[in-house]
Write a protein that binds this ligand. Sequence first.
Ligand code: NAD
Length: 497
Amino acid sequence: MDKTQAPDWHRLARELCVDAENFIDGQSLPSADGRRFDNINPATGDAQGATARGSGRDIDGAVRSAQNAFPAWSRMAPRERMKVLQDFADRIEADAQNLALMDTLDMGMPISSMIDVEVSEAADIFRFFAETIDKIEGVVTRTDASAFNYVLHEPLGVVGAITPWNFPLTQAAGKIAPALAAGNTVVLKPSEESPQSATRLASLFVEAGGPPGAFNVVNGYGREAGKALAKHMHVAKIAFTGSVAIGRKMMIYAGKSNLKHVATELGGKSPQIVLADVDNLDYAVDCAMHGIFGNTGQVCNAASRMLVHESVHDEFVDKLARLTRRNYVPGDPLDTNTTMGPLVSEQQQKTVLGYLKAGLEEGAKLEFGGGVPGKIESGFFVEPSLFTGVDNTMRIAQEEIFGPVASVIRFRSTDEAIRIANDTIYGLTASVFTRDLTTAHALARDVQAGVVWLNTMNESDMTMPWGGVKQSGTGRDNCLATMYSYLQTKSVWTRIA
Ligand code: NAD
């Protein structure tokens, strides 16, 4: 974002209507029983609007509407469907200011990151999957000459998407784009912490020519609207991103209802392994800093465990402390110079402060941070914080904190680093910094993670499969293969003579 041309975000925020309704059958609607709850701005702690509190009745209505829209959407000529999704992507970009502002007010990510990254990435996700629509081909299998067998890839039906608040737009797009591109219709239940942009997204889809009912949104709490969606007998797939605890529930709900498909993208405790022969320590430190403090540490693949060889440990910690002091100062997320906003909620702030206390009680050494920033009077802020002297058995090394708290763990040998890296229930991402290509590829093989970065971190592309192993989840976002996970195969066998 060109900061000299930036609008007056505070004025725009005052003018924005921050109520979030449901969006069903092409219409913005209150919840069926009229209930609502307050939407809290995490930067101030103030209520800023009301959100529809959807329940089973709203989910029933949204699923019915998605079922009704399914024939029109799934049978629309592929290039027509592609045009709708491409127009939708253009509208997302054209509406960047509103979408970004809604998400910043809801969950606190600095407005400049919202504009520069979130909105354009969301539009790109829709473009990528739109482009695949007419590239999906069936096959004819080799059979005896008396028969003809072809295999089709058909949409599943109604897809339920349940998403978190840490990247409201891109997390929603990651589910909705492949689902819609594959010809399914969708009911989205966004996080109760970030409801606004989802409803706006659904209305932009209709403006782009999407049939009413093909993309519905029901707002509300997970235990009410989310559970009703995941247990619904007419939902063919649940695409879920969130915590391990709730991901586990998704599988139970599917087992207890209609055995729907379940794809999960869950938490992480990603190791960043810095070996003694690291080629560029400054760059490794820079990656570590952005990896843990970006989005106030509320990132599934946050670099929360920094495994650093003893020979470069002290230099790494010194550099990280200096760089962080310069780059990550918590502040007002509507100020375009702010790089670090608040945590999403008072509860999340309490949780993170609890982990800071636990780290000290377990004997780790606090290098910097450790509490609420002194100069800020309201909102749910926590300072960027770093522990050293961490043992991998400590809670701060084992549990996902989801805040700006990193642990540095010292190691002596590469084997020890691999053992520590894998000693976790998670397996989302990992990164390795070494100048030895053989070692790098050996670690890429041995570290248990869905994504491994060599000599970098957090780079990706729409073509790169994204997802975890172990308890970090079963699904994959992005990439062409994801499109197939929203399709089912049908074999058609014909006797010729
Ligand atoms: P969460 O699990 O608390 O909630 C996620 C969603 O599930 C929300 O929409 C919530 O309302 C809903 N939900 C909660 N209880 C439910 C229930 N009983 N039934 C149905 N739905 C229910 O997670 P969160 O706090 O919103 O997000 C943070 C988590 O998301 C972290 O663990 C993070 O690692 C993970 N995450 C993972 C990825 C990834 O790509 N792997 C990406 C982003 C976030």
